[in-house]
Design a binder for this molecule. Structure first.
Ligand code: PMP
Ligand code: GLU
Length: 436
């Protein structure tokens, strides 16, 4: 039997899939679970998922709709598409028509479908979320990474975008921007959004604005670029992050009317693949998108907790001589261990991957290397998802502080009392670096 056979079968994978591994965000979680099964205490800062429970009002709505068993329309439950359109206007001042909303089993699937149906190059800044580029590779599209810099908080620069598009102005392109960003937590200031919108309009690029972390901007000040480039922007969002419901798998795409043909094409492929998104989940999502007091309260406190943790951890990193600007949203930090390069090299660590592997094996802390996000392998950046704490308990405790600090300010004491695994992991990291 030749080496391309396994048992009786020819190992004959599609060329685009050969050599591709499972997504690193999910792989690190599985690796952490394996280690936990072996009895190790693992600090899980690898997979980026919300630490908070799904709000009770949304869970109750799911209970009430568990009996919904029929296949729903391919594009999504009409009430949900209406609720998303209303939410777009109420929360983000984006005008959208329910007919221009597409519901899918996670925004990840929708981003994939869009890349499949639109024939164009993919342009993404480095660093970017781990899945955009493998999706393009699976489909067979070209990916163009755009350099960014630490000094600019790793954001896409409109002049760089212009420079790329200028080489062949009429070439079809998809640009993805994501903010607050995974893996950095940084967002774009208003002026930059306007400049990016101008560059996108100049070359008629299809802009996917991945705003999955928009509602967990730490001070609730997220602004959608769809306000400045409405005709070419598709806003990608869903329940995973702000509603704590990653495992529910519900994503939304909001299109401008003139891109209805793209939505139609995606719906065709959806109808031949996943059919429709889970019915009970869609009914429950209506409650989430309608918001109301309970949701607003939930958002207020979850944002506050994430902000306070970010402050605490950034301060801890500074104490370790790792300088980092405070992120504005999501639950990620993207520090660079350059300060320790020489010492790390003496122990055989030359890349971010080696750094993460060592930290996992020596300190039991899981995190992801910058190289998974498109950074050069030898750059010592890592992504820390600061989600390993009991979100339910933290949420309850945070409420005691009241609104706007009426009952005292949430600070390091709150973090030490409610986010022990994070505190412990950072203490271990600090001690290890000091002893190098
Ligand atoms: N975009 C970004 C930047 C993400 O971090 C994620 C991870 N959840 C997604 C999209 C996909 O989210 P989902 O499929 O859960 O909607
Ligand atoms: N988006 C999350 C992350 O970056 C995990 C979920 C996923 O990748 O699908 O860790």
């Amino acid at each position: 039997m030749g080496r391309f056979h396994k048992n009786n079968f020819q190992v004959n994978l599609n060329l685009n899939i050969r050599g591709l591994e499972q997504s690193t965000t999910l792989l690190i979680n599985e690796k952490s679970r394996e280690l936990q099964k072996k009895g190790k205490k693992i600090y899980k800062l690898g997979l980026g998922q919300s630490p908070f429970p799904v709000p009770e009002i949304v869970v109750e709505s799911l209970r009430q709709n568990a009996h919904q068993k029929d296949y729903l329309p391919v594009r999504g439950l009409p009430q949900l598409r209406e609720a998303v359109a209303e939410y777009n206007w109420r929360e983000h001042k984006i005008k959208s028509n329910p007919d221009d909303i597409l519901i899918g089993p996670g925004s990840k699937e929708l981003i994939f479908l869009l890349q499949l149906v639109y024939y164009g190059d993919l342009i993404i800044p480095t660093p970017s979320w781990v899945s955009y580029s493998p999706q393009a590779r699976i489909i067979g599209r070209n990916v163009q990474w755009v350099q960014t810099g630490y000094g600019d908080n790793w954001r896409l620069n409109p002049e760089r975008l212009d420079l790329i598009c200028r080489t062949d102005p009429s070439k079809p392109r998809i640009v993805i921007i994501n903010y607050p960003a995974n893996p950095t937590g940084y967002t774009y200031p208003l002026e930059r959004l306007k400049e990016l919108a101008k560059a996108a309009r100049k070359y008629n690029v299809i802009l996917i604005s991945d705003e999955i972390y928009g509602m967990i901007h730490h001070t609730g000040q997220h602004v959608s670029i769809a306000r400045f480039y409405p005709e070419g922007t598709i806003v990608s969002s869903g329940l995973s992050k702000w509603c704590g419901a990653g495992g529910w798998r519900l994503g939304t795409f909001s299109f401008p009317e003139n891109l209805r043909w793209l939505l139609d094409a995606m719906a065709t492929v959806a109808s031949e693949t996943f059919t429709a998104t889970s019915a009970p989940i869609q009914y429950a999502a209506v409650t989430a998108f309608k918001m109301g007091n309970e949701m607003n309260e939930y958002l207020y406190f979850t944002r506050k907790i994430l902000r306070e943790i970010a402050k605490y951890l950034v301060h801890k990193l500074k104490e370790m001589n790792i300088d980092l600007q405070l992120p504005q949203g999501a639950f990620y930090l993207f520090p660079n261990f350059e300060f320790y390069r020489e010492k790390l090299q003496k122990t055989g660590i030359y890349t971010s991957n080696e750094l993460c592997n060592t930290i996992l094996s020596k300190l039991n802390i899981a995190m992801l290397p910058g190289s998974d996000f498109g950074r050069p392998p030898e750059e010592l950046t890592v992504r820390i998802a600061y989600v390993d704490f009991d979100g339910k308990k933290a949420l309850e405790s945070s409420k005691k502080y009241g609104h706007n600090g009426t009952n005292g300010t949430m600070n390091g004491t709150f973090i030490r009392e409610n986010c022990q695994p994070l505190v412990k992991a950072f203490d271990l990291l600090g001690n290890w670096l000091a002893d190098l």
